[in-house]
Design a protein around this ligand. Structure first.
Ligand code: ZN
Length: 185
């Protein structure tokens, strides 16, 4: 297993919808292992493949020791309309967190790394995590989900963040590829 650099806000890979996984091979199992190790090292509650530059529909999660694992090709269903509000962050937007409204309950259908069907029923933090990571697979970031005022504050904080490549004098949000300070291969 390898800790892999995490792509940061502004990297185009984070805005690119990921491809459905069709080959449940050794490479996929290596990807799950790398995602897991990178997530735990960060540490973070979840990590999606595009965040390490791989455009496949896979994520790992670790809300706590009982609620951890991975999911391939997730499809989400919401059994009711109940919402939750709470702080949310992202390893691709390090050091910043903002209140984000999510569904309280989610049922995620998908597969494990061997291609077997898997269903995860999530509530509270696990539900938030599954929604956040599945968004990554669609090129969506949690700042997109914030109300207009909070999003404005978030974008300002991102521009001012030391890791951000968006603070150029031109003010243009040029896509830049930056690597996290985590150890590289
Ligand atoms: Zn994230």
């Amino acid at each position: 297993m390898t800790v892999t650099p995490i792509r940061l806000f502004g990297d185009p890979v984070l805005r690119t919808p990921a491809e459905v996984v069709t080959d449940f091979d050794k490479e996929l199992r290596q990807l799950v292992a790398d995602l897991t190790e990178t997530m735990l090292a960060a540490p973070g509650a979840g990590l999606a493949a595009p965040q390490i530059g791989v455009g496949l529909r896979v994520f790992t999660y670790h809300v706590d020791d009982e609620q951890s694992g991975h999911l391939v090709n997730p499809v989400l269903h919401f059994p009711d309309e109940e919402l939750q509000d709470g702080e949310e962050g992202c390893l691709s937007i390090p050091g910043l967190s903002f209140d984000c409204v999510r569904k309280q309950h989610v049922v995620a259908h998908g597969q494990n790394m061997y291609g077997d069907p898997v269903t995860i029923e999530g509530t509270a933090r696990l539900s938030r995590c599954i929604q956040h990571e599945t968004d990554h697979l669609d090129g969506v970031l949690f700042v997109d989900r914030l109300d207009a005022e909070t999003r404005k504050a978030a974008m300002r904080a991102i521009r001012e963040a030391s890791w951000s490549g968006l603070s150029s004098a031109s003010g243009l949000a040029a896509p830049t590829v930056k690597l996290s300070p985590h150890a590289s291969r």
